[in-house]
Design a protein around this ligand. Sequence first.
Ligand SMILES: Cc1ncc(C[n+]2csc(CCOP(=O)(O)OP(=O)(O)O)c2C)c(N)n1
Length: 662
Amino acid sequence: MTDLVKHKRMANAIRALAMDAVEKAKSGHPGMPMGMADVATVLFSRYLKFDPTDPTWPDRDRFVLSAGHGSMLLYALLYLTGYKGMPIDELKRFRQLHSKTPGHPENFMTPGVETTTGPLGQGVGTSVGMALAERILAAEFGDDVVDHHTYALCSDGDLMEGLSQEAIALAGHLKLNRLIFLFDDNGISIDGPLTLADSVDQVARFKSANWNAVRVDGHDPAAIAAAIDAALKSDKPSLIACKTTIGYGAPKKAGTSKAHGEPLGEEEIAGARTALGWEYGPFEIPNDILADWRAVGERGFPAHEAWNGRFAKLDAGKRAEFERRLARKRPAELGKAISDLKAKLAADKPTLATRKASELVLEAVTVAVPELILGSADLTPSNNTKTKNLVDITPGNYAGRYIHYGIREHGMAAAMNGMAIHGGLSPAGATFLVFTDYARPAMRIAALAGIPAIYVMTHDSIGLGEDGPTHQPVEHLAALRAMPNMRVFRPADATETAECWQLALERTDGPTVIALTRQNLIAARLTPEEKNLCAEGAYEISPADGKAKATIFASGSEVEIAIAGQKLLAEKGIAARVVSVPSLELFLAQPDAVRARVIGEASVKVGVEAAVRFGWDAVIGPDGIFIGMKGFGASAPYKDVYKNFGITAEAVADAVVKRHNA
Ligand SMILES: Cc1ncc(C[n+]2csc(CCOP(=O)(O)OP(=O)(O)O)c2C)c(N)n1
């Protein structure tokens, strides 16, 4: 059998499995796997460094299926190359409950799936972070241990999404030459031919973003291999635009949008079997082809063994550090750094914006936690994320820990996903809280996939003042809290900022937003406390003098207002207590007893937050008093803005008095 015949038979195995699985599930996307089968076969059989017996081998090449709707391509490859977690039965359960073959790839469901994709563009953005992580870790641990490539298979849809522009611009600028995109250049999307909505020359576009970019016939194995060979030698990231036919082999539907996202149907599948010369039944892979694929799965064994040998020879301290990083274990120094800082803050009681307090925390924790990689989407001086000890990562020089992402919030968040999911690094990226809207789709992937990214979101309310309502978040806290598995912290002072950072860094199973003020806040926590009081999401920060008639719940900058309101009430003879709520949703997730203790028994309940009420009723009840925002903010010095919207200590006290007397 010639190499070409063997290649065709191997590629047809992918095509057949994709057709059959989609047909059995009565839903799915056969077109992309059938179109890209040749490209995938070349990549996996000749280039991709991987070991199906150890899907987490740290130095494996990363393969990201950005066009997640073509998930059957990946599942077929995992089965064919011999991943234990992907027996043929899982392909037969494509898109069924609790299968390893969900509609779109989910890295937390399926060993061998590197990241969760489906929302177009995300895989592209994530792969940039993976390629960057590889370079950063190689600079730190050496090429003997970290020396791999990142391949992303992307579609027209991936490249039409705005995120792709941010991602490719960042990768091109940083010269991430180990990043290779295999673009399924089939000219078809759901509505029909791409010409309906697009006339971009992708090759020219990528070249202008400092990429190497070529066009090849995506059904010609030699041409595909030559392009990958060239990409591997390039000093820039590479785009290989592979001209393919969607649904390759399907007699009537190939080359049309009918092949994109629905079962081909019995007749068309029979026709494809004939056209491809595939004479086997559904899900049947003949022994010789399976053996060829299994041999592909074994191709990486020697490289893996050699890596094991090099890793074993590594200095013991370095080896332990590498393992600690991959296990997402924090160094013991973190706890001590936070304790020391809290002791100092308890003594100094500084008046500080929490963004500035965050910088103080970072001065300490960046030393304690070397895997922490910071960055900002061009708001470094406002976000206070760059501490003195952090060196910039620059094109070609990755021995640093600070990333200037440019004005690319979405690209930043997606790249952070890639860095965190690559392993070995802990990314924290910053912008204004209002611009979480520009990063939200990648943040949602982090929440869904349990990725411990940290978002440092400053200018967290109308308290940012003069920039006005375009920049003043009002619904963002509620929107972020509504996202499952997203943790939102809004610390009230420097001590809480230290505690929230500690909780964010110790979290391993999902992302965290830390919302920080632009404006100064007085120290709210007056007594030193070794325990992390933010860990339950809420706690009594200022007890009542006597039996409390009212409880005032507040977060962040409004804790100061709540405490001032408490004083005014005391002057009027009404005892009130103040509960700081640095994380509403963490608090709501506490056991009943904890919630009951913190909420207390006072009949008057007030919530104070310079944001919309949405979500607060779970604490204050539907008849609770809420002092906050009902609409967008206004442009003025922040104290005037607070007054204008009635978020003041007087308003708190007046509302309590009125309710108390009612
Ligand atoms: C952000 C986002 N928008 C829309 C979709 C729905 N969708 C899935 S695939 C697709 C486009 C299909 O075209 P292409 O990317 O070229 O894939 P192909 O048809 O070649 O498989 C769309 C709009 C999505 N998955 N993600």
